[in-house]
Design a protein around this ligand. Structure first.
Ligand code: CMP
Length: 138
């Protein structure tokens, strides 16, 4: 079933010059880029995006990190796109969970600075695409 998912290349990925490498992996997998934009993230957008983590102890530093520099936001499309991107990304913790060969497993060391975000369900994808690309066709 064709799905869409929202992906962010976080400020660490952008500032380290990994945007091209990450987009190349996405395209090689066969997922297509339906929207792509480099954005400065307002605190309001960051808080809305990560609303489900508002009570977590790391929320403040997560918001500070995600607003610290530009991100690259994308809408990806393809069969099982949500799971397919999460497979490419690897687990949240780049050392304990993500394995080599994944984006986080190859390039990350710390859980907060884990390079990419991908929607975790069809409901999250719908909400996050509307948030980051309000003009994008539903
Ligand atoms: P992401 O997939 O974008 O979803 C929530 C983000 O919070 C996660 O990636 C990490 O960047 C961050 N995060 C999750 N758990 C922790 C943690 N224990 N400490 C710091 N940051 C975390």
């Amino acid at each position: 079933m064709t799905e869409q998912t929202l992906v962010l290349i976080k400020p660490d990925g952008v500032s380290r010059g990994l945007t091209g490498e990450i987009l190349a992996r996405i395209e090689r997998k066969g997922l297509t880029l339906q929207a792509l934009e480099r954005k400065n993230v307002s605190e309001e957008l960051a808080r809305e995006h990560y609303a489900e983590h508002a009570e977590r102890p790391f929320f403040g530093s997560l918001i500070e990190f995600i607003t610290s520099g530009p991100v690259v936001a994308a809408v990806l499309e393809g069969p099982r796109a949500i799971a397919a991107f999460r497979q490419l990304a690897g687990g949240t913790d780049p050392v304990e969970k993500a394995v080599p060969g994944t984006i986080r497993g190859d390039f990350g060391l710390e859980t907060q600075f884990n390079l990419v975000h991908g929607s975790d369900s069809p409901e999250s994808a719908k909400r996050e695409i509307a948030l980051w690309f309000p003009e994008f066709p539903a």
